[in-house]
Design a protein around this ligand. Structure first.
Ligand code: GDP
Ligand code: IMO
Ligand code: MG
Length: 429
């Protein structure tokens, strides 16, 4: 039975949430496998708008939704996000929602450290979401994290807290901050523990059962390949692997479970936070893309940087992540442009490159080589079939898939769930 792994193929905010929500009604389980509440996924269903950061987007359709071990979990945020969605009528209970008991926790001390480092970095800051993601992942690989399963054993936490606080107290002292208030931390953990523990379980076991029953699993990536800690624009990246391969390690299923890898690709490019961006437009056109696309971050409200479609980057992302097919989103934002540009290569020091180099200075210095295409005067907004698209928009899609060497499986033409064109069904491929 086909599973689908959804990943972002640019710098995040490609419209993953919308596509996962659209696919979720045909899936039996939706699994988040990396990242945390740095993600911001907006779903529009009729006149309801749902904003999710930590919960899998499948929760809105009531599909079994699972937070895998690869996620870093802020338990207080989990509670507030669940309460917010319940306030919008979404049903969340122990039948349709589970959290891996081996997820590392994001604690207030992680958020503190994230903020202190960013403030100290000045103009060299990463531009993180400030949610403690990086410090929490550091503690995970540093083998000093407090995990969900520890919430059931808070009276035996002393040795773990010694390790954790020895590390953080030294860092905090360097920033002129007081040591961690251990008593307050334990008290806060005791208060939140029962809420989290009701959902906690070894999710690999639940997923094994789902898989054995022949059910369809939809893996929901957060961020995008260009923010991947190995393959992205390092150091201006997030602290997890965002590529499709993480679906397996971040949920407790083997690599053969990934199925169809659906790369979500915006019809132009955006980025929020610092770091290189070859096709960035600091002009009216960039402004126009931002306004038409409502390019403001869901999590931080920051204005997203905008630019033309970069086929070199997306071709690289698709190769690195083994993308089977893409969902091209926000095509409607390009409606009405007289001409549209696509970056097909870079110039760097007199050489032509057909890939994005690894070194930060090279990434910052590449100059895009553009191909210009005629725009379309008709509208794609709200189109639900290929036949509804203007001929020139079809040409743009075809040129994109040719340049990225990956076929288009879906096209999205508005924020609304149903404004989606199915070209090739990822579940039956
Ligand atoms: P994600 O992080 O990848 O889930 O993407 P975000 O939700 O952060 O950002 C995508 C934004 O674009 C959201 O506000 C969506 O509602 C919106 N969106 C998604 N698909 C489309 C589309 O095809 N057209 C338009 N105009 N908006 C879209
Ligand atoms: P979704 O899932 C866009 C960016 C931040 C910053 C960098 C590191 O909505 O696509 P972090 O807080 O993770 O340490 O920040 O990564 N970033 C995102 N940008 N979409 C996201 O998620 C992002 N999550 C993190 O802006 O540049
Ligand atoms: Mg987002």
């Amino acid at each position: 039975m086909a599973n689908v792994t959804v990943i972002g193929a640019q710098w995040g905010d490609e419209g993953k949430g919308k596509i996962v929500d659209w696919l979720a009604s045909r899936a039996d389980a939706v699994v988040r496998f990396q990242g945390g509440h740095n993600a911001g996924h907006t779903l529009v269903v009729g006149n309801q708008v749902y904003k999710l950061s930590l919960l899998p987007s499948g929760i809105v359709t009531g599909t079994l939704s699972i937070i895998g071990n690869g996620v870093v979990l802020d338990p207080w945020h989990l509670k507030s996000e669940i309460e917010k969605l319940e306030g919008q009528g979404v049903v969340i209970n122990t039948e349709n929602f589970a959290v891996a008991d081996n997820c590392p926790l994001i604690l207030p001390l992680h958020r503190d450290l994230d903020g202190l480092r960013e403030a100290a970095a000045g103009s060299g800051k990463i531009g993180t979401t400030g949610r403690g993601i990086g410090p929490a992942y550091e503690d995970k690989v540093g083998r000093r994290a407090i995990r969900v399963c520890d919430l059931a054993h808070l009276d035996a936490l002393d040795a773990q807290l010694d390790r954790l606080c020895a590390h953080h107290d030294a860092l905090r002292a360097g920033f002129g901050q007081p040591a961690v208030d251990r008593a307050a931390l334990i008290a806060e953990l005791k208060e939140i523990a029962p809420f989290v523990l009701q959902y906690a379980q070894p999710v690999w076991k639940r997923l094994k059962k789902v898989r054995k029953a022949g059910a369809r699993i939809l893996f929901e990536g957060a961020q995008g390949v260009l923010l991947d800690v190995d393959h992205g624009t390092y150091p201006f990246v997030t602290s997890s692997n965002t590529v499709s391969g993480t679906a397996a390690s971040g949920s407790g299923l083997g690599p053969s479970s990934a199925g169809f890898v659906l790369g979500i690709v915006k019809a132009y490019t955006t980025r929020v936070g610092s770091g290189p961006f070859p096709t960035e437009l600091d002009d009216e056109t960039g402004q126009c893309l931002g306004e038409r696309g409502h390019e403001f971050g869901t999590v931080t409200g920051r204005k997203r940087r905008c630019g033309w479609f970069d086929a070199v980057l997306v071709r690289q992302s698709c190769a690195i992540s083994g993308v089977t097919g893409i969902a091209l989103t926000k095509l409607d934002v390009l409606d009405g442009f007289e001409t549209v540009k696509i970056c097909t290569g870079y110039r760097l020091g007199g050489k032509i490159l057909d890939y994005f180099p690894s070194h930060a200075a090279d990434q910052a210095n590449v100059e895009p080589i553009y191909e210009e295409m005629e725009g379309w005067s008709g509208t794609t907004a709200g189109a639900r079939s290929w036949a509804d698209l203007p001929a020139q928009a079809i040409k743009y899609i075809q040129r994109v898939q040719e340049l990225i060497e990956t076929p288009v499986a879906l096209v999205s033409t508005s924020p609304e769930r149903e404004d989606t064109i199915l070209v090739r069904d990822p579940f039956v491929d």
